[in-house]
Design a protein. Structure first.
Length: 132
């Protein structure tokens, strides 16, 4: 179930990227710092809850997703990269996990297990010293 994120719900700022970059590195702000407030978004409530509870380090305890994109040299490509990473995070939260139903071992498997334990116990008991 694909939930698209509205651009109006996302706040981003251009920052200077880290790492080597030559003469231009101190002049150009090509990295993107993207912020997405989960509570204020138009996502359905179950998706919001799963997004907050996902345990991802990009989600703050206040419920804000922070993504830093500095893979590319242009601001536009970094913004597109940050938006696609946010979309992947939301898509993963939109997936409803299947409910696990606990299973029980069959009677036959329980019987085989106990029989094997008894057999192994007899083998070990026979290893002792013979009784006079």
């Amino acid at each position: 179930m694909k939930r698209s994120i509205l651009p109006s719900e996302v706040a981003w700022t251009a920052i200077r990227a880290q790492g080597a970059g030559g003469q231009n590195v101190n002049k150009v702000s090509s990295a993107i710092h993207l912020r997405f407030d989960i509570a204020a978004s138009s996502l359905p409530d179950p998706v919001k809850a799963r997004l907050v509870a996902c345990g991802d380090q990009r989600v703050t305890p206040a419920g804000v997703v922070i993504i830093k994109a500095q893979r590319y040299r242009t601001q536009e490509r970094n913004l597109a990269d940050a938006m696609s990473r946010l979309q992947e995070l939301v898509d993963a939260a939109a997936h409803v996990p299947r409910v696990r139903r606990p299973t029980r071992p069959t009677k036959g498997s329980q019987r085989r297990r106990v029989d094997d334990k008894v057999k192994r116990g007899r083998i070990k008991a026979a290893r002792g010293r013979p009784v006079d």
